[in-house]
Design a protein around this ligand. Structure first.
Ligand code: PHE
Length: 451
């Protein structure tokens, strides 16, 4: 697709040497799983929105963003690996499918500052947060990745941004830190008693590789970080409690139900647009789960939004992993299923356990090939080729063998493709035909030599 146009979300874009958005991916844009109130991802989204009543929330922002929005506005360096064509779906050099909801941080802050009605009007509860000083964004995001039961090139994220003026921070700090009836910092979103939240918190000190920004005082960072952690604790606590209640009502897995609290820990992390940054982990059903990236927003971003007098925190996380856990959904492809045996199991506002229906037989095919002697082979190119040809019939694709011939120096790979439909029986003939097409395309698109 050189020198032509690509149509995404109703608009045409000029393609160029960066274009790598396949039609399989193009077809996913505008699917709007988050707008179906009975879809598990939308149910989870609504539960999270409810935890933040003073925030504006957005769930209809187009996935097509500029390279500037997705990377530059957030301080990604020019050579950051996330920008690479092997990881990101580009429409052209300057336009791409967002890889994370953080792509909207600057834009939404600016819209608030400048009272840009066209954007602010897209908030579901537009008037709730004048100035867009606190907001949530739920949206589909796109990343080139491997194929297995927990990776899909389209998934969903929830972003939160919460900013404070320096004056507000001073005022809020005056309030009693450990009130029994109110959450710390008078954060009205939280109805739960602080004492209950407090035992979930393990506030780590700020590490050296992950510094406080020079523009901020230690006190300011301590306040904003604590506010962020309380807010996140609250959200996780409420949602996991609901999941536990659902399990109890379902009358199974009695050992899980006794858990009434969910210990949380904060691991130092790195993101170009927050410092300090953390990864939040929650102990749930015997395991530490990495839930969410978060941190104190880089002051440069707020300066660029015309808000040099404000500080903020932000978090962002994937909805699928949490939804799979809460609803007991075993395969990420199921979120895209239109099989009534899947779709009929959920209803708005409710977390319930998914009852698996009979699995259709799977079928594996191996393909061995010599890597091209010129140019590179990148695994994600193979993944996209398989998706483009086999769609959701492919369950996973794995490298099972690799060797380099001692004399010729040529390298051979063998990949195993596992085909299995989520919702129907597929015949062997059908799979054979698809496998032939995959092999054909591998020669044409990747320049490999089949063995
Ligand atoms: N956007 C980050 C990601 O996708 C998560 C994040 C959001 C981290 C906001 C910090 C603050 O990994």
């Amino acid at each position: 697709i050189k020198n032509s146009e690509l149509k995404v979300m109703g608009s045409s874009y000029q393609t160029d040497g960066w274009t790598n958005t396949t039609s399989a991916i193009q077809n996913k844009t505008g699917c709007n799983l988050l707008h179906n109130p009975s879809h598990p991802l939308a149910i989870l989204k609504e539960l999270i929105f409810k935890e933040f009543p003073s925030f504006a929330y957005y769930d209809s922002l187009s996935p097509v963003v500029s390279t500037y929005q997705n990377f530059d506005s957030l301080g990604f360096s020019k050579d950051h690996p996330g920008r690479s064509k092997t990881d990101t779906y580009y429409i052209n050099e300057n336009t791409l499918l967002r890889t994370h909801t953080s792509a909207h941080q600057l834009q939404l802050l600016v819209a608030g500052k400048q009272s840009d009605r066209s954007l602010l009007a897209q908030a579901k509860n537009g008037k709730a947060a004048p100035g867009n000083e606190r907001f949530l964004v739920a949206a589909d995001v796109y990343r080139r990745d491997e194929i297995d039961s927990s990776h899909y090139p389209v998934f969903h994220q929830m972003e939160a941004v919460c900013t404070f003026s320096r004056k507000e921070i001073q005022q809020l700090k005056q309030q009693p830190a450990h009130s029994n009836t109110n959450t710390q910092n008078n954060f009205e979103a939280h109805s739960i008693a602080y004492s209950q939240v407090a035992k979930l918190t393990d506030t780590t000190v700020i590490g050296n590789g992950n510094p406080k920004q020079p523009e901020h005082t230690t006190d300011e960072v301590a306040f904003v970080a604590e506010h962020m952690k309380q807010s996140m604790n609250q959200m996780v606590f409420q949602i996991l409690s609901k999941a536990m209640a659902a399990k109890k009502a379902g009358g199974y897995q009695a050992s899980d139900v006794s858990e009434s609290e969910f210990p949380v820990r904060w691991i130092d992390a790195y993101f170009p647009f927050t410092s300090p940054s953390w990864e939040m982990e929650v102990f749930y059903q015997g395991e530490w789960l990495e839930i969410c990236g978060c941190g104190i927003m880089k002051q440069e971003l707020l300066d660029n939004a015309g808000m040099p007098d404000r500080l903020g925190w932000a978090f962002g996380f994937g909805l699928e992993r949490l939804a799979m856990l809460l609803f007991g959904i075993p395969d990420i492809r199921l979120f895209w299923s239109t099989d009534p045996r899947f779709t009929s199991q959920f209803s708005p506002g409710r977390i319930n356990a998914f009852k698996p229906f009979s699995r259709h037989p799977s079928c594996t095919k191996d393909v061995s090939f010599w890597l091209p002697s010129i140019g590179n082979f990148h695994e994600n190119d193979l993944m996209d080729l398989v998706r483009e040809t086999a769609g959701d019939l492919v369950e996973d694709v794995k490298l099972i063998d690799s060797f380099t011939h001692p004399k010729t120096g040529k390298t051979s790979h063998c990949y195993r493709i596992n085909y299995c439909s989520m919702d129907r029986n597929v015949t062997n003939d059908e799979i054979n035909l698809i496998q032939e097409q995959v092999r054909d395309q591998m020669v044409k698109q990747l320049g490999v030599t089949l063995r």
